[in-house]
Design a protein around this ligand. Structure first.
Ligand code: ADP
Length: 231
């Protein structure tokens, strides 16, 4: 009976969430539709055509991100889990975010031990790292330094993402991971929801320490694997 009521509760949560996702997907669709209608008008200048076309693409991408994030949240078991060394993956994520960091005048500093072996989905883990680093960068509107530190501690891989930005109040920390909670103009408020879910799926946990005006440290603690046959 207990299992049954847990299942019902899960279905209720997921269908409630599906409704809010449907609603959020409608926004970019409506905006894209509006731009398409402008584009349909005869005699529209080449310059305007360029601008509106890229805005349509941007809105469609936004809708796609929302759908992907929903699927990661609702069906995480569909993703293949493999043995990974987190170090090269983190470095790759930092490499992709480097141009954005530069644009925001943020220096990214990585200090990573070798052999950060974990069991995770490659793409999803990389996505979490991107979300956390992007959040750290965006927390420093005047630039600064973002540190990523990876160590092996006892039987866990510990990854700290540290920014020296705006920080959060305890109430804001509590709201992290709530779908669509965002304080940013261009935010979807799904990054942390997905990050918590992916890390939870690999039996990891996330600790947040933050002080308003000082900065934030996200600490991921993920069970480490000591597998001799790892290649
Ligand atoms: P988004 O980035 O789209 O807003 P997230 O789920 O990634 O969505 O983050 C939700 C909110 O949590 C952000 O809008 C911001 O207010 C807060 N937040 C997340 N990371 C940080 C951070 N490193 N420093 C300060 N605030 C943060």
């Amino acid at each position: 009976l207990r299992q049954q009521s847990q299942d019902t509760e899960k279905i209720n949560v997921l269908s409630g969430l599906a409704a809010s996702f449907a609603h959020e997907i409608r926004n970019p669709m409506t905006v894209a539709r509006g731009f398409m209608q402008i584009l349909k008008q005869p005699g529209i200048s080449e310059e305007k055509r360029q601008i509106y076309t890229s805005m349509v693409v941007e809105e469609i991408d936004k809708a796609q991100t929302i759908v992907n994030d929903y699927l990661t949240f609702a069906k995480p078991q569909l993703e293949a889990i493999e043995l990974l060394d987190a170090k090269p993956l983190i470095l790759e994520a930092l490499h992709s975010i480097e141009p954005y960091a530069k644009l925001c005048h943020v220096d990214v500093e990585a200090k990573l031990d070798d052999k950060l072996y974990i069991s995770a989905n490659r793409d999803k883990f990389a996505q979490c790292m991107m979300h956390l680093c992007k959040n750290g960068i965006e927390a420093m509107p005047n630039g600064g330094k973002l540190q990523v530190i990876g160590t092996v501690q006892n039987h866990s891989v510990c990854i700290d993402i540290i920014d020296h930005g705006v920080g959060m109040t305890p109430e804001e920390i509590r709201r992290l991971g709530t779908p669509f909670y965002s304080t940013r103009d261009k935010g979807t408020g799904l990054g942390m929801m997905v990050t918590y879910r992916v890390i939870q799926m690999i039996q990891g946990k996330i600790d947040v320490t933050s002080e308003v005006g000082k900065g934030t440290c996200f600490s991921l603690l993920i069970p480490s694997l000591h597998i001799k046959s790892y290649h």
